[in-house]
Ligand binder design. Structure first.
Ligand SMILES: [Zn+2]
Length: 168
Protein backbone atom coordinates (compact mmCIF):
# COMPACT_ATOMS: atom_id res chain seq x y z
CA UNK A 1 0.00 0.00 0.00
CA UNK A 2 1.30 3.43 -0.87
CA UNK A 3 2.12 5.81 1.93
CA UNK A 4 -0.66 8.34 2.26
CA UNK A 5 0.21 11.68 3.77
CA UNK A 6 -1.91 11.96 6.91
CA UNK A 7 -0.36 14.41 9.38
CA UNK A 8 -3.39 14.37 11.73
CA UNK A 9 -2.50 10.78 12.58
CA UNK A 10 0.29 12.10 14.80
CA UNK A 11 -2.19 13.35 17.38
CA UNK A 12 -4.01 10.03 17.09
CA UNK A 13 -0.87 8.10 17.94
CA UNK A 14 -0.17 10.39 20.92
CA UNK A 15 -3.75 10.01 22.15
CA UNK A 16 -3.96 6.29 21.52
CA UNK A 17 -0.88 5.37 23.49
CA UNK A 18 -2.64 6.68 26.61
CA UNK A 19 -5.38 4.05 26.24
CA UNK A 20 -3.64 1.05 27.75
CA UNK A 21 -6.67 -0.36 29.52
CA UNK A 22 -10.39 -0.70 29.06
CA UNK A 23 -11.09 2.61 30.80
CA UNK A 24 -8.83 4.44 28.40
CA UNK A 25 -10.10 2.51 25.36
CA UNK A 26 -11.98 4.72 22.91
CA UNK A 27 -13.73 1.72 21.36
CA UNK A 28 -15.15 0.56 24.72
CA UNK A 29 -16.03 4.14 25.58
CA UNK A 30 -18.07 4.46 22.37
CA UNK A 31 -19.87 1.18 23.02
CA UNK A 32 -20.68 1.89 26.64
CA UNK A 33 -21.98 5.43 26.25
CA UNK A 34 -25.63 6.16 25.58
CA UNK A 35 -26.85 5.64 21.98
CA UNK A 36 -27.52 9.39 21.82
CA UNK A 37 -23.78 9.82 21.66
CA UNK A 38 -23.30 7.38 18.77
CA UNK A 39 -22.86 10.14 16.19
CA UNK A 40 -20.38 11.99 18.39
CA UNK A 41 -18.49 8.75 19.01
CA UNK A 42 -18.74 7.84 15.31
CA UNK A 43 -20.27 4.49 16.28
CA UNK A 44 -22.08 3.25 13.20
CA UNK A 45 -23.31 -0.09 14.48
CA UNK A 46 -23.28 -2.20 17.61
CA UNK A 47 -24.22 -5.85 17.33
CA UNK A 48 -24.06 -8.62 19.90
CA UNK A 49 -20.40 -9.46 19.32
CA UNK A 50 -19.19 -6.90 16.77
CA UNK A 51 -19.27 -3.18 16.18
CA UNK A 52 -18.42 -0.63 13.51
CA UNK A 53 -16.78 2.67 14.30
CA UNK A 54 -15.43 5.34 11.95
CA UNK A 55 -11.75 6.12 12.21
CA UNK A 56 -11.40 9.63 13.63
CA UNK A 57 -8.07 10.04 11.85
CA UNK A 58 -8.88 8.47 8.49
CA UNK A 59 -6.47 7.46 5.78
CA UNK A 60 -9.29 8.01 3.33
CA UNK A 61 -12.98 8.93 3.23
CA UNK A 62 -15.04 6.12 4.74
CA UNK A 63 -12.10 4.60 6.66
CA UNK A 64 -13.74 2.61 9.42
CA UNK A 65 -13.03 -0.18 11.84
CA UNK A 66 -14.79 -3.46 12.61
CA UNK A 67 -14.11 -4.71 16.14
CA UNK A 68 -15.28 -7.32 18.59
CA UNK A 69 -17.47 -5.80 21.33
CA UNK A 70 -15.30 -7.56 23.89
CA UNK A 71 -12.16 -5.68 24.92
CA UNK A 72 -9.27 -7.89 23.85
CA UNK A 73 -6.07 -7.48 21.92
CA UNK A 74 -5.57 -11.23 21.60
CA UNK A 75 -6.87 -12.44 18.26
CA UNK A 76 -6.46 -16.10 19.26
CA UNK A 77 -8.92 -15.54 22.12
CA UNK A 78 -11.78 -14.70 19.75
CA UNK A 79 -14.57 -17.24 19.96
CA UNK A 80 -16.37 -18.81 17.00
CA UNK A 81 -19.50 -16.71 17.46
CA UNK A 82 -17.42 -13.54 17.65
CA UNK A 83 -15.46 -14.39 14.48
CA UNK A 84 -18.65 -15.29 12.62
CA UNK A 85 -20.38 -12.04 13.51
CA UNK A 86 -17.28 -10.00 12.69
CA UNK A 87 -17.19 -11.62 9.23
CA UNK A 88 -20.87 -10.87 8.64
CA UNK A 89 -20.34 -7.29 9.79
CA UNK A 90 -17.35 -6.94 7.44
CA UNK A 91 -19.54 -8.05 4.54
CA UNK A 92 -22.19 -5.50 5.52
CA UNK A 93 -19.57 -2.76 5.82
CA UNK A 94 -18.29 -3.48 2.30
CA UNK A 95 -21.85 -3.35 0.91
CA UNK A 96 -22.59 -0.07 2.67
CA UNK A 97 -19.32 1.58 1.60
CA UNK A 98 -19.82 0.40 -1.97
CA UNK A 99 -23.35 1.83 -2.13
CA UNK A 100 -22.47 5.06 -0.36
CA UNK A 101 -19.14 5.98 -1.97
CA UNK A 102 -18.61 3.50 -4.81
CA UNK A 103 -14.92 2.83 -4.13
CA UNK A 104 -12.91 0.84 -6.66
CA UNK A 105 -11.24 -1.30 -4.03
CA UNK A 106 -10.56 -1.78 -0.32
CA UNK A 107 -7.66 -2.35 2.01
CA UNK A 108 -8.71 -4.52 4.93
CA UNK A 109 -6.27 -5.34 7.65
CA UNK A 110 -5.32 -6.01 11.22
CA UNK A 111 -2.32 -4.67 13.09
CA UNK A 112 -1.63 -6.97 16.02
CA UNK A 113 0.76 -5.59 18.61
CA UNK A 114 2.47 -2.23 18.70
CA UNK A 115 5.47 -3.47 16.73
CA UNK A 116 3.21 -4.15 13.72
CA UNK A 117 2.32 -0.48 13.49
CA UNK A 118 -0.91 -0.69 15.46
CA UNK A 119 -1.24 2.31 17.74
CA UNK A 120 -4.08 0.74 19.73
CA UNK A 121 -3.13 -2.85 20.47
CA UNK A 122 -5.47 -3.57 23.36
CA UNK A 123 -8.72 -3.81 21.37
CA UNK A 124 -8.71 -5.71 18.07
CA UNK A 125 -9.92 -3.74 15.06
CA UNK A 126 -10.02 -4.51 11.36
CA UNK A 127 -9.24 -1.40 9.36
CA UNK A 128 -11.39 -1.05 6.26
CA UNK A 129 -10.08 1.63 3.91
CA UNK A 130 -11.97 2.35 0.68
CA UNK A 131 -9.69 3.06 -2.28
CA UNK A 132 -10.15 4.99 -5.49
CA UNK A 133 -7.79 5.20 -8.39
CA UNK A 134 -5.52 8.18 -7.75
CA UNK A 135 -6.65 8.68 -4.14
CA UNK A 136 -3.07 9.08 -2.96
CA UNK A 137 -2.95 12.29 -4.97
CA UNK A 138 -6.12 13.88 -3.70
CA UNK A 139 -5.42 13.24 -0.01
CA UNK A 140 -3.20 16.31 0.58
CA UNK A 141 -5.97 18.51 -0.83
CA UNK A 142 -8.48 17.47 1.82
CA UNK A 143 -6.05 17.19 4.72
CA UNK A 144 -6.64 20.69 6.13
CA UNK A 145 -7.18 20.32 9.88
CA UNK A 146 -10.53 22.14 9.91
CA UNK A 147 -11.95 20.04 7.11
CA UNK A 148 -11.64 16.76 8.98
CA UNK A 149 -14.29 17.00 11.76
CA UNK A 150 -16.88 18.35 9.37
CA UNK A 151 -16.28 15.78 6.68
CA UNK A 152 -16.29 13.06 9.34
CA UNK A 153 -19.76 13.91 10.64
CA UNK A 154 -20.94 14.14 7.07
CA UNK A 155 -19.39 10.76 6.26
CA UNK A 156 -21.04 9.38 9.39
CA UNK A 157 -24.54 10.52 8.47
CA UNK A 158 -24.22 9.22 4.93
CA UNK A 159 -23.00 5.83 6.10
CA UNK A 160 -25.63 5.69 8.86
CA UNK A 161 -28.39 6.26 6.35
CA UNK A 162 -27.07 3.53 4.04
CA UNK A 163 -26.52 1.18 6.99
CA UNK A 164 -30.10 1.58 8.22
CA UNK A 165 -31.47 1.01 4.72
CA UNK A 166 -29.30 -2.00 3.95
CA UNK A 167 -32.00 -4.58 4.55
CA UNK A 168 -34.41 -2.89 2.14
ZN1 LIG B 1 -11.78 -1.73 24.38
Amino acid sequence: MEVIWAPWRLSYIKEATKGENRDGCFICKAVNESPEKDAENLLLHKGKYSLVILNRYPYNTGHLMVCPVRHTGDFTSLRKEELEEIDETLKKVLKVLKRAFNPEGFNIGLNLGKVSGGSVDTHIHYHVVPRWLGDTNFMPVISGVKVIPQSLSETYSILKEFWDRLDD
